[in-house]
Design a protein around this ligand. Structure first.
Ligand code: ATP
Length: 479
């Protein structure tokens, strides 16, 4: 059944809290703005996303290696990269209530309006829409509806801190706003230690921090988040299939990333590519293409794939005085590689996978909520139930659970009717439920119930793990 997108976000937030995916940070103290904590199931889902990304893009490829760099870096890194001068967003302030907004986002948020045509009645109007009574569009503060907004000024998004015990200018350090720079400053170390040949890539998964002016929409935009980034170095003097190597690899990475998101469950109708306009390109970019997802809040960026050219390596070479080049043995020349950067957010990917997987269905007159995660992403792979808590069934079910646990994330549940146990597992996206029943006592088989089709098959306990793993590998996204 098609799902209305509008209220899905609220449902996801509520399900996330109720079932242990995502909690508000420091909730008992009233919460911290835009910070979220991943609960027991959320952390499994998040780890699975990072694990399959690392496996598919790093371990499965001969041209990729990884690093795990520190978050605090030498402050000159941010001067060289341009972040100190350019990593800004335009900000406007309300002169009355003092709230701040990103100038380029302010039109998209719902706005409060005191309508003169209805004796000053207060309305909240959808972002970008005019008032239906007086036809006016928003000019004042969207939050209080009264104050004028200041002209935009640039606000640097980097979090500042101090290294060491003295809070002085010389000790200023920044929390990294992207993981990318560590790959550039370690270029020579990685190249030499691994004896790599172009083209090759360095990947990293880790936390980044941005003092976003208007964070929000659950985990979509936060001030602390995780990124999965790749810097793929290519020889700009080479051609591949008749095209400059950087342009060829840029398109290859866009296609590979798109395929990856489709493979793990995002529907064709929910993802699209968006080419950046020339005036929107970052200072380092020759071309950037975003993969957008149709979130419950509308179409928005899931990840970006940028052609950063040789900007970063040249900048770091200049500021550090170190040569950051590659020796092309064929041409007997030193070249500064070009860089293709596929940069994805872990939290945004998690939100995309969750909202794409969320379905409300009617089954025999009852509502069923189900998260149709790809089995590789599902926090729990198999739930094991004894049909009743007697006749030796719990003992066998515990043995089944213990047999699977070293290989698959298993959950044991013996409380309530089996139908309710199924529903609880559907709601957290568990693809397979195994039930030990009276027939098990006779022939050592169990039923395996499929989350998506709800069909049940009997499987010998001895072949259970192989059965589940085979079905996980053959999973197809239900239409
Ligand atoms: P946006 O335009 O939404 O601010 P961006 O283009 O600045 O994002 P990039 O610098 O390209 O983002 O970062 C790569 C990825 O990191 C993004 O596609 C997104 O998935 C993730 N990301 C960036 N900022 C945030 C944030 N504040 N919260 C969560 N994820 C983020």
């Amino acid at each position: 059944m098609a799902q209305q997108k509008t209220d899905v976000m609220e449902k996801l937030v509520s399900l996330s809290k109720r079932r242990g995916f995502v909690f508000q940070s420091s909730e008992i103290y009233g919460g911290t703005g835009s910070c979220w904590d991943y609960g027991p199931l959320g952390v499994e889902l998040k780890q699975n996303i990072k694990r399959v990304w690392w496996r598919d893009f790093v371990q499965a490829r001969a041209d990729m290696v990884g690093i795990d760099a520190s978050i605090l870096m030498h402050p000159t890194v941010w001067k060289a990269s341009g972040h100190l001068d350019h990593f800004t967003d335009p900000m406007v302030d309300c002169r009355a209530c003092k709230l701040r907004f990103r100038a380029d986002h302010v039109d998209a948020i719902p706005w409060v309006h005191y309508c003169a045509a209805t004796k000053g009645n207060k309305f909240t109007i959808a972002g970008g829409e005019p008032c239906h009574h007086c036809e006016q569009r928003r000019t004042l503060c969207p939050a209080c509806g009264k104050g004028e907004l200041t002209p935009p000024r640039q606000f640097n998004l980097m979090f500042k801190t101090f290294m060491g015990p003295v809070e002085e200018d010389a000790a200023v350090a920044y929390l990294r706003p992207e993981t990318a720079q560590a790959m550039f400053v370690n270029f020579e170390n990685v190249l030499q230690s691994m004896r790599l040949k172009l083209p090759f890539g360095i990947a990293q998964v880790g936390r980044s921090f941005r003092n976003e002016i208007t964070p929000g929409n659950f985990i979509f935009r936060t001030r602390e988040f995780e990124q999965m980034e790749i810097e793929y170095f290519v020889n700009p003097h080479e051609t591949v299939e008749g095209r400059p190597a950087d342009e060829y690899w840029h398109d290859r990475w866009i296609a590979d990333c798109l395929d990856w998101f489709r493979r793990y469950g995002l529907g064709e109708e929910n993802i699209r590519l968006r080419e950046h306009d020339p005036d929107e390109l970052s200072h380092y970019s020759k071309r950037t293409v975003d993969i957008d997802f149709h979130y419950p809040i509308g179409w928005s960026e899931l990840m970006g794939v940028a052609n950063r050219t040789d900007f970063d390596l040249k900048q770091h070479a200049q500021w550090s005085g170190k040569s950051l080049t590659y020796f092309d043995e064929g041409r007997h020349e030193h070249v500064v590689p070009y860089v293709i950067e596929p940069a994805a957010g872990v939290d945004r990917a998690l939100l995309a996978f969750m909202s794409d997987a969320y379905r409300e269905e009617e089954v025999r007159g009852e509502k069923r909520v189900v998260l149709r995660f790809h089995p590789e992403l599902a926090p729990i792979k198999v739930a094991v139930f004894p049909l009743v808590n007697r006749d030796g069934m719990p003992e066998i079910a515990r043995k089944v659970e213990a047999g699977l646990r070293p290989y698959l994330n298993v959950f044991y549940d013996d409380s309530g009717a089996v139908g309710r146990r199924y529903r609880r597992m559907d709601e957290v996206g568990t693809p397979y439920c195994v039930t030990v029943d009276s027939q098990t006592l006779q022939d050592e088989t169990v039923t395996v119930r499929d989350r998506d089709s709800m069909e049940q098959v009997r499987v010998p306990i001895a072949g259970l793990r192989a059965h589940v793993e085979e079905r996980m590998g053959a999973w197809k996204r239900p239409v």
